[in-house]
Design a protein around this ligand. Structure first.
Ligand code: AMP
Ligand code: ZN
Length: 470
């Protein structure tokens, strides 16, 4: 296989990538802010990260992925206050919807989904370290800020040197304008509305709550350690979110926070960024209603390179539905046929070389898709010629399976037993991990997902057994 190369926003160039320890990729992906169901723009980013994760595994590495769930921030508090409910009452159902949508799109489950509110002590510790290093200060508004002039490399990721840096000027909001680089809030003094919706905790600086950027730094380092292999998210997170994550983490540890920073481009509708505040969002619910399968959306998203903008349109989705129908028909044919010929074996070898080369070249999924459709064309022709070589057929099946393991484009028509077993084992491992962390809500959720697929589970001293009940 050719070496694996990835665009690194930090160096603005494509660089060879291998995990720091040679075996396991420590991957942190900024997750959804759970005040509203995620929209397809968010899911474009999560699909780019799913592609990244699957390509890393194709390369033979293990992946330990964290996707945080931001369950306390300005927007969540505002929404909870409007409804006079607690932030937990607001976010719990949204987290459930997120996982259901994620599963619909066949986005592989990350190893960890930490909720920000479960890591408040780690966040406080981080602010204490920054304070001890003389970089955090409490202002007269009771909020603790990060002093950007004490961190000389502030702005390296987003090239702030071309813009105005206003050290000493302060900004308390989680999201703020790109034009200004100001001291940002680490720990915000509690307001009455924070207290009213359960968004305030005790701290050495009085009652308060974490800033959004602090959440990610604390959870990433608590779970994955002080230096990550890859930190990913959408391009809108470069400034201020990721810039501030770097500042907080590196000013505390003195070590690089992430070796690679990877950013996916926007999904647009009618030329504008899909965003809740613009009001042009579509959701997974809309896909379900319109009969757009996971396979079709995945095809649509992977047809454009992740660093290019992508416009959502009905026509494009229809073309993708048609394309995955061809993939499904071909997949059926491969399982029906009994033998192939030399042409089929050759097409299989070409597919493997071209698809792995494309995917290893900064995740070039559009080129891998091109190779897949060329393969389908050539393989259909070879199969029409009727061969007698069972080995050739197996090579074709194998090549198709390997590429589909990354793109996952075969329309869902019920999984066969070995796929089902793999899937159930994955779910059981996730449930065991949740139970080990005493996250019984998550464990119950996984049990429910299994039950919905007709899988009954039974815990016993020797482990968990499962069976198909319908
Ligand atoms: P949020 O829930 O707003 O924190 O966003 C979750 C993820 O979705 C982040 O990585 C964002 O960068 C990403 N994102 C938000 N809007 C879009 C969009 N229109 N296209 C692609 N990614 C997006
Ligand atoms: Zn983040």
């Amino acid at each position: 296989m050719p070496e694996f190369r990835l665009y690194n926003s930090l160096s603005r160039s494509i660089e060879p990538f291998v995990p720091g320890d040679g075996t396991t990729v420590k991957l942190y992906t900024c997750g959804p802010t759970v005040y509203n169901p995620a929209h397809l723009g968010n899911f474009r980013t999560f699909l780019f990260e799913d592609l990244l994760r699957r390509v890393l595994r194709m390369r033979g590495w293990a992946v330990e992925q964290v996707m945080n769930l931001t369950d306390v921030d300005d927007k969540i508090i505002k929404r909870a206050s409007e409804r006079s409910i607690s932030i937990t009452d607001l976010t719990d159902p949204v987290v459930e919807t997120f996982h259901a949508d994620r599963e619909y799109l066949r986005i592989q489950r990350a190893e960890h989904y930490p909720r920000a509110t479960a890591f408040i002590p780690e966040m406080i510790e981080l602010v204490k370290r920054l304070e001890a290093n003389g970089i955090a200060y409490k202002a007269d508004d009771g909020t603790v800020y990060f002093a950007i002039d004490k961190f000389p490399t502030y702005g390296r990721l987003s090239r702030l040197d071309t813009r105005e840096i206003r050290a000493g000027a302060r900004v308390a909001q989680d999201e703020y304008a790109k034009e200004n680089a100001q001291d940002f809030a680490l720990w915000k003094a509690a307001k009455p509305e924070d207290e009213a919706c359960g968004a305030a905790w005790d701290s050495p600086w009085g009652r308060g709550r974490p800033g959004w950027h602090l959440e990610c730094s604390a959870m990433a380092m608590a779970i994955l350690g002080e230096t990550l292999d890859i930190h990913a998210g959408g391009v809108d997170l470069v400034f201020p979110h990721h810039e501030d994550e770097i500042a907080q983490s590196e000013a505390a540890t003195g070590k690089p926070f992430a070796r690679f920073w990877c950013h996916g481009e926007f999904l647009l509708t009618d030329g504008a960024k899909m965003a809740k505040r613009v009001g042009n969002v579509s959701t997974v619910e809309d896909l379900r209603t319109n009969g757009v399968s996971a396979a079709a959306l995945r095809h649509f998203v992977f047809s454009t390179h992740y660093r290019k903008q992508l416009n959502l349109s009905g026509g494009a989705l229809e073309a993708s539905m048609e394309a995955v129908r061809r993939v499904g028909d071909f997949s059926d044919r491969l399982s029906r046929e009994r033998a192939g010929n030399a042409g089929l074996a050759e097409a299989a070898d070409t597919l493997i070389v071209e698809a792995t080369t494309a995917l290893s070249d900064d995740l070039n999924a559009p080129r891998a898709l091109g190779a897949l459709f060329d393969f389908i064309h050539a393989a259909n022709k070879a199969l029409d010629a009727k061969g007698t070589d069972a080995g050739a057929l197996n090579r074709a099946r194998d090549a198709f399976r390997q590429v589909n393991a990354v793109l996952d484009l075969v329309p869902d028509r019920g999984t066969d037993d070995s796929e089902l077993a793999t899937w159930v084992e994955e779910q059981l491992a996730a449930r065991a991990a949740a139970r080990a962390k005493r996250d019984f809500g998550e464990a119950d959720r996984v049990r429910k997902v299994l039950e919905d697929k007709g899988i009954a589970i039974e815990d016993s001293p020797s482990g968990t057994r499962w069976k198909k009940v319908h």
